[in-house]
Write a protein that binds this ligand. Structure first.
Ligand code: NAD
Ligand code: USQ
Length: 395
């Protein structure tokens, strides 16, 4: 198939493009490279050095003989997006290209507005481009398990059958997420479902859990094929951060009690789930939702697993939670549809011992311990407006 990977320069988009290319697909990537400018804004860098997109594509060609054409542009520009889809004419579009950090979206008003406009407008432009160019293009969109929040009932895969006053209907699962970023994904899901219902498009919304890991079979082929590895308090996710904290001898930063439970998956399972979703497409008119994670952990149990498996002393620190989230809650989320398609999950303890500690050890000299402390407070509402408040890339 011809596949267009939006956000193909990012943590997950790049290894997914390689995995699909290796699997024999004709892959194009598109990105506006904004993720690299958030690093400049926040004064952070990926723990693992990353090559430019141009260099990555050239190395992939040298190593495998396969081409991945790269298109540079912003999805919030409707002309760029329409032209891109019209020129590439893909069978499927994988859409990773959003601002994806919950803390970044909670910095202040300007960052919340930037996050929601970047994500919601970009996705709307993609939907219009598909409807215009070829409504049979299958959209595979990255959503988030955090869209659901932590309800006191089981989390189903996107839809919920309810009986109310004696009548029954199937509705989109009610969402109660914990950041303006996660809310942008909820808005996207509603817009995509509407486009499928109204224009007969087809889409798979992958409500993905927190991804850990840095290596895939394809990125291991050359150091310049490496994907990024974030550990700072804004873009670093909990498990990746704690691995680097352990290796640097810094206490693992458990926010609050650590009893928050989240779904997680290995980066190798992410790329495989995308392949499975593409090769088993949704039907025309169908808005299909998969919950994409493989194991559930509380934050504290992740810290304890790291203490148990890391071959060195590890301290755990419970620090005041900068976020507003349930400290104790019920959590049971259905996640069978990708396994039904053939997913064979990796296990967290194997990845920690087999890959993650070694990656962190190799690059620990690049870690800046100041970036371990949380820097964004959910309860603070800064409504600074005006040119100085707007992230440079959004100006
Ligand atoms: P990332 O920030 O590393 O990658 C996103 C890429 O999209 C970046 O390269 C960025 O430059 C690009 N981009 C952003 N806005 C764009 C725009 N308007 N036009 C063109 N390109 C744009 O993020 P990631 O960790 O690879 O996540 C990819 C997707 O997966 C996101 O949608 C995220 O919400 C979702 N997701 C990620 C995780 C995780 O743990 N990393 C978990 C669940 C879901
Ligand atoms: N946490 C800690 N210590 C830390 C960092 C985080 O205890 O040092 C806690 C947080 O309070 C939270 C949990 O760990 O309870 C997860 O936080 P996170 O930063 O790892 O993940 P999150 O903000 O939810 O966002 C990440 C990705 C996002 C994706 C989401 C999937 O950045 O793109 O959508 O994971 S999910 O969580 O399923 O929504």
């Amino acid at each position: 198939m011809r596949i267009l990977v939006l956000g193909g320069d990012g943590y997950l988009g790049w290894p997914t493009a390689l995995h699909l290319s290796m699997g024999g697909h004709d892959v194009h990537v598109a990105d506006n490279l904004v993720r690299r400018t958030y690093d400049d804004e926040l004064g952070v860098t990926s723990l693992v050095p990353i090559a430019s997109l141009e260099r990555r594509v050239a190395v992939w060609r040298q190593v495998t003989g396969r081409d991945i054409p790269a298109h540079i542009g912003d999805l919030t520009d409707p002309v760029f997006t329409r032209t891109l889809v019209g020129e590439v004419r893909p069978d499927a579009i994988v859409h990773f290209a959003e601002q994806r950090s919950a803390p970044y979206s909670m910095i202040d008003q300007a960052h919340a507005v930037y996050t929601q406009s970047n994500n919601v407008i970009g996705t709307l432009n993609v939907l219009y481009a598909i409807a215009d160019v070829d409504p049979t293009i299958h959209l595979v969109k990255l959503g988030s398990m955090g869209e659901y929040g932590t309800p006191n009932i089981d989390i189903e895969e996107g839809w919920l059958e309810i009986t109310h006053k004696g009548r029954t209907d199937t509705v989109l699962y009610p969402k109660r997420p914990g950041s303006f970023y996660h809310l942008s994904k909820v808005h996207d899901s509603h817009n995509i479902e509407f486009a499928c219902r109204t224009w007969n498009l087809r889409a798979t919304d992958l409500n993905q859990g927190i991804v850990y890991g840095q290596e895939t079979d394809e990125t291991r082929l050359d150091p310049e094929l490496a994907t990024r590895f974030d550990y700072d308090a804004v873009f670093g996710t909990v498990l990746n951060r704690m691995v680097i904290q352990a290796v640097c001898g810094h206490p693992l930063t458990v926010y609050g009690s650590g009893h928050q439970v989240r779904g997680m998956l290995d980066i190798r399972d992410t790329v495989e789930c995308i392949r499975l979703a593409i090769e088993h497409p949704a039907h025309l008119g169908e808005f299909r939702v998969f919950n994409q994670f493989t194991e559930e952990f509380s934050v504290l149990s992740i810290a304890e697993l790291i203490r148990l498996t890391y071959p060195g002393a590890v301290r755990i620190a419970n620090i005041e939670n900068p976020r507003v989230e349930a400290a104790e809650h019920y959590y049971h989320a259905v996640h069978s549809r990708l396994v039904d398609l053939g997913l064979e999950p990796h296990r967290l303890d194997d990845t920690l011992i087999g890959s993650l500690f070694a990656v962190a050890e190799r690059h620990k000299e690049r870690a800046d311990p100041d970036l371990f402390e949380p820097s964004v407070e959910w309860r603070a509402t800064s409504s600074r407006v005006g040119p100085s408040a707007v992230p440079a890339h959004a100006a």
